[in-house]
Design a protein around this ligand. Structure first.
Ligand code: UDP
Length: 195
């Protein structure tokens, strides 16, 4: 049991300071959690966008993403255990999820992209259950329909890919209505997976 993930304050925000293995085990435990990635662009935006800043303050875990955050940590005399960027973290996370029989819902990106990303994941990660997909344009406009589709899919994990800060604001606003245990904002990952 992992009661709490170690954190380290970098540029005045608490980031997860743990190995990918520990982080994945923690995130897949039962219980609802909202998880965001945090890179240099996020740090700039946090300084000017109050809504985004508030959504970060309410997130359960914030994961250090990219070299800019590593450098910022080093400049304050610290070193983070690992860079937990989504490109590297999500494949092993979803592999562990598949082993546990957990299902994933992909919400976001342009029409067709989430489906292509899901097909790519299903091939790459045998046994991964895809609960459903929904694009992030129509879906972003009609929140009730998106929430209903996600909840009736019975997904354990919800990945939202609508870009920073739309995806964080969406999860912050509608989180209380959502049923999946793990909710993660994953930026451009669906585009990346769709190829
Ligand atoms: N996107 C979306 N709805 C929008 C705007 C953007 O679903 O209203 C998607 C877009 O298609 C892309 C992702 O959000 O798949 C943003 O990717 P980007 O790499 O720009 O995000 P970042 O990781 O930089 O936040």
């Amino acid at each position: 049991v992992y009661p709490k993930l170690d954190q380290r304050s970098v540029m005045d925000i608490d980031l997860v300071d743990a190995t990918p293995e520990t982080t994945i085990k923690y995130l897949l435990q039962p219980g609802q959690r909202t998880v965001f990635f945090y890179n240099a662009h996020c740090a700039n935006l946090r300084a000017t966008d109050v809504g985004y800043s508030q959504s970060l303050a309410r997130a359960d875990q914030i994961l250090p993403d990219g070299i800019g955050i590593d450098l910022a940590a080093r400049m304050q005399g610290d070193e983070l255990t690992a860079n937990l960027n989504g490109t590297d973290l999500l494949p092993p996370l979803l592999t562990a999820a598949a082993r546990q029989g957990k299902s994933v819902f992909l919400f976001g990106a342009r029409p067709g992209t989430a489906e292509m990303a899901a097909r790519h994941l299903a091939t790459r990660i045998p046994g991964l259950r895809i609960a459903g997909t929904l694009d992030g344009y129509e879906g972003a406009q009609d929140a009730d329909t998106a929430i209903d589709t996600i909840n009736t899919s019975d997904a354990d994990i919800l990945l939202v890919a609508m870009g920073v800060p739309l995806q964080e604001l969406w999860l912050d606003r509608y989180g209380p209505k959502l049923l999946p245990d793990l909710r993660m904002a994953v930026g451009g990952l669906f585009d990346f997976w769709a190829g």
